[in-house]
Design a protein around this ligand. Structure first.
Ligand SMILES: [Zn+2]
Length: 434
């Protein structure tokens, strides 16, 4: 069934599942391992290009002959190109001609499905946004939302692709998403359950479609184009209309056997009683509850809908979360106070995540922390005070790399993450180019 109305103000039903056994976890097949080696070469070229193939061998631990073979395949497919200049001593042959990602032949498309709107984007193979188009949902019925996304794509490609071929489509959204099944498992705010996104969009667009949660997508984007190296561990916390997290380590993003990793929206961080600054009339803020029925959960004190509710309590009646953020950026004191309070609640969640994972860095994707220095300072102070393991929140807690293009980046990163993991995989446009 596509659409199940979320129960209002009632606990979500508990799904009882059997324990996961070792034999239930799918093993990586030989094709996947082969793709991973080529992907490692492509990833090293992304990170260091223009780079000599001999350097790629040193970076990846593969033999020079192996790197030469993988590079030949990537060159034949138009995913990399030889750079104009040469590196190293002259006269030592092709291995010293640097190679780089070829951004002139292919693009990927990305779609992000938010609670109120969807964002469609085109991204080049270095992760640069080529075009972006955001449209409100007229109706959140999944068939209509997905059909509208598919219908918008040809227009965006015609206007902005500049002759480049779209390799595939990545789709990102919040809550539970199963990348292996290609489904949105449960998105309470949209009222979606078990929506076969990959199947429907592949049929409508003719493209390979990859689906993932936006927190995992942005964590992957930080690995590919941002501030997380393949050797470091990181947690990414996304705070928007939906709140999710992702954990990365050694170049991978943890998924979990139920695709449920990062479901942190209902961490207990807030008070059970009233929240929000006391108003000018002396009234305390609202008592906010949540579908989880646990007052004081992170979603109930820090989500966009929670902030809009608290703003209304303070007499700030704004048409959208963006309008509230604009007020804060313009210096409106009540709006700034609300975002400051949000930052402290998010800081409590950050402390819990720092203590759970002890990552090298924790990336916070939250618009006020990225734009208002006092919000980032308040968040770091709260995290530093409450964490038992983090001694340097200034260094360990950082804003995301994609402020201003977060949603456009998320969808495209799903497709590029799949391409960089397995560049010799089923990418029909690439095969046709060979
Ligand atoms: Zn909750």
């Amino acid at each position: 069934m596509d659409r199940t109305p979320a129960p209002a103000r009632r606990p979500a039903p508990v799904r009882r599942t059997a324990p996961v056994r070792r034999s239930d976890i799918p093993a990586a097949g030989p094709q996947r391992r082969a793709g991973t080696a080529t992907g490692a070469v492509l990833g090293a070229i992304l990170d260091h290009g223009p780079v000599a193939r001999s350097t790629v061998a040193r970076l990846t631990g593969l033999s020079p002959a192996s790197v030469t073979g993988h590079s030949r395949q990537l060159l034949a497919r138009g995913l990399i190109r030889e750079a104009a200049e040469t590196a190293g001593p002259r006269g030592l042959g092709r291995p010293h001609i640097p190679v780089e990602i070829d951004t002139g032949q292919f693009l990927v498309a990305g779609a992000h499905i938010a609670v109120a709107h969807s964002t469609l984007a085109l991204m080049d193979l270095r992760g640069r946004i080529v075009a972006e188009d955001r449209q409100p949902h007229g109706n959140t019925d999944p068939r209509r939302v997905l059909s509208a996304l598919a219908a918008r794509l040809p227009r965006l490609v015609a206007a902005h692709a500049d002759g480049r071929t779209v390799l595939g489509l990545g789709v990102a959204t919040g809550n539970r998403v199963d990348p292996a099944a290609g489904t949105i498992v449960h998105h309470p705010q949209l009222g979606w359950r078990d929506v076969p996104v990959r199947e429907r969009l592949a049929a409508a667009t003719g493209l390979p479609v990859h689906v993932d949660s936006h927190a995992r997508a942005l964590a992957r984007a930080e690995q590919m184009f941002g501030q997380v190296t393949t050797r470091s561990s990181a947690v990414l916390l996304f705070v928007g209309a939906v709140i999710d997290a992702a954990f990365t380590s050694a170049g991978t993003v943890h998924l979990g056997p139920r695709a449920g990793a990062g479901s942190v929206a209902h961490l207990p961080v807030g008070p059970v009683g009233p929240v929000g600054p006391v108003g000018a009339d002396g009234r305390a803020g609202a008592v906010l509850s949540c579908v989880c029925a646990r007052p004081g959960c992170l979603h109930s004190v820090a989500s966009e809908s929670a902030l809009l509710g608290m703003a209304a309590e303070q007499g700030l009646r704004v048409p959208s979360f963006r309008a509230l953020l604009d007020l804060a950026l313009a210096g409106e004191p009540r709006a700034r106070a609300l975002f400051g309070q949000r930052a402290r609640y998010v800081g409590r969640a950050v402390a819990l995540l720092l203590d759970t994972f002890d990552p090298e860095i924790l990336v916070v994707v939250e618009p006020a922390a990225a734009r208002l220095p006092e919000c980032l300072a308040a968040l770091r102070a709260e995290a530093g005070t409450r964490s038992l393991v983090c001694e340097d929140p200034e260094r360990a807690v950082v804003p995301g790399s994609f402020t201003g293009s977060v949603l456009a980046t998320a969808g495209g990163a799903v497709a590029l993450g799949a391409l960089y993991a397995d560049p010799l995989g089923p990418w029909p446009s690439v095969t046709a180019a060979c």
